[in-house]
Design a protein around this ligand. Structure first.
Ligand code: SF4
Ligand code: SF4
Length: 408
């Protein structure tokens, strides 16, 4: 990093105001931070276009959906600087102008920020390669990650695949095409599902002293990338939850801010996607998924999955795919409602409201936001999310806990 906010007041002495956009993002309305601070965010990215800072963006087992999500130009006021950023990132397989050897030659070997998109295969390294090694053979993604990450000031995993392994790491329960589970050995950069090591191991920290910053989602929300990159390009260190996701984005529980929540509390459930009602019975993973997209929304504040009749599929969480698939069936095996059925829980909420104790108390009594679901992961414990216990929601909205969601 060329300069930091030494004074801690957002200024750097060179006339630029450098903000911690992640701090600003906590608890504000959708788009407010981006639209209210476009000049400062633009200045952060201009450090890359000016050549002051270097960003390398690698893609492993990726569908490129995260790149598309980030660079589709959601904010017209930032289009110019993001357009330049695309051209000046020292390496990005999808969008850079160069190709072949010149592209590899242009790549920084000690980037300020290393961005990784897509999972990294370690059992079959040739399943994802970038350029060529010194001996002329295709160079596996895993080698690039292991070489560049220790030389980087920050390492940012973009999307669920890079954060936790995503669908390339799925169990493949149906054994499609006769393939077994995760045949390529797909991993996240520092996680495999809910735990390290991923590719880099549990003890890895980048030059800034941080583990890999995980920006989960399938795809990632563009604001998450935009504001996180702008923050670290400004030399600020993001505060992370137990899955190394920035807290301001991944603390709220989808279920607590869902527009369909009234249906849930009244016990009105859709029988199929698109029906009126809460989507829990058609597979909604909102009670187990943490992110702020119910208030932030997507496509410049237009809408979000649940608002258009699509159940939350848990794409912001570790073990997304296996943990929530099939995505259109009620998540029964985790006793979300304790001893109750979905209908009973909803009706209990109505009854509770009638006697003045409120649906929140019933949610607690029925196990909402807590574990109480037995050994669903087969690891002999009952807390699935790990040793530090469940993220018990006290019914007062998003909780400032360890970020492990309403565990499933
Ligand atoms: S997280 Fe989803 S959108 Fe992003 S690369 Fe993986 S599959 Fe594609
Ligand atoms: S279960 Fe899903 S659809 Fe129902 S209120 Fe919760 S998040 Fe919304």
């Amino acid at each position: 990093m060329s300069s930091t906010d030494a004074a801690g007041d957002g200024s750097t002495g060179d006339g630029r105001s450098r903000r911690n956009f992640l701090q600003l993002a906590a608890g504000v309305a959708a788009g407010t931070v981006v639209t209210g601070h476009t000049a400062e965010i633009g200045a952060a990215f201009e450090q890359v276009t000016d050549g002051d800072l270097e960003v390398v963006w690698l893609q492993g087992q990726s569908c490129t959906g995260c790149t598309i999500s980030v660079l589709q130009g959601e904010y017209p006021s930032l289009e110019g600087v993001l357009g330049e950023f695309r051209m000046e990132v020292t390496f990005h397989p999808t969008i850079m102008a160069e190709a072949g050897e010149p592209a590899i030659a242009a790549m920084s070997d000690s980037p300020d920020v290393l961005v990784v998109e897509g999972s990294t295969p370690v059992d079959i390294p040739e399943a994802a390669t970038v350029g060529r090694a010194a001996d002329g053979s295709s160079k596996p993604m895993v080698d690039w990650v292991q070489e560049l990450a220790p030389e980087s000031e920050y390492v940012v995993a973009v999307g669920n695949c890079a954060s936790f392994g995503g669908w390339p790491a799925a169990e493949n329960r149906e054994n499609l095409y006769g393939l077994g589970a995760n045949v390529t050995g797909a991993r996240g950069v520092q996680f495999e599902g809910r735990e390290p090591p991923g590719v880099l191991g549990p003890d890895f920290t980048s030059g800034a002293g941080l583990p890999v910053v995980n920006l989960a989602g399938c795809p990632v929300h563009p604001d998450y990338v935009l504001l996180t990159l702008a923050t670290v390009l400004n030399g600020h260190v993001p505060e992370l939850d137990r899955y190394n996701r920035p807290k301001p984005f991944y603390e709220p529980l989808v279920h607590d801010n869902c527009a369909l929540r009234g249906y849930f509390d009244r016990g009105e459930f859709a029988e199929k996607p698109g029906d009126d009602g809460c989507l829990y019975k058609v597979g909604c993973a909102g009670p187990y998924t943490r992110c702020d997209d119910q208030s932030r929304l997507w496509n410049d504040g237009t809408s979000v999955c649940l608002n258009v009749g699509a159940p939350c599929i848990g794409c912001m969480e570790p073990e997304f795919w296996d943990r929530f698939a099939p995505f259109d069936e009620e998540l029964e095996r985790q006793s979300f409602f304790g001893p109750f059925t979905a209908e009973q829980a909803g009706w209990a909420g109505i009854a509770a409201a009638g006697v003045g104790i409120g649906a929140h108390a019933v949610r607690k009594a029925t196990g909402y936001g807590s574990v109480g679901m037995g050994d669903v992961d087969g690891e002999g414990d009952s807390t699935v999310g790990g040793e530090d216990g469940p993220a018990v929601d006290d019914g007062d909205g998003p909780t400032a806990d360890d970020g492990n969601g309403g565990e499933r």
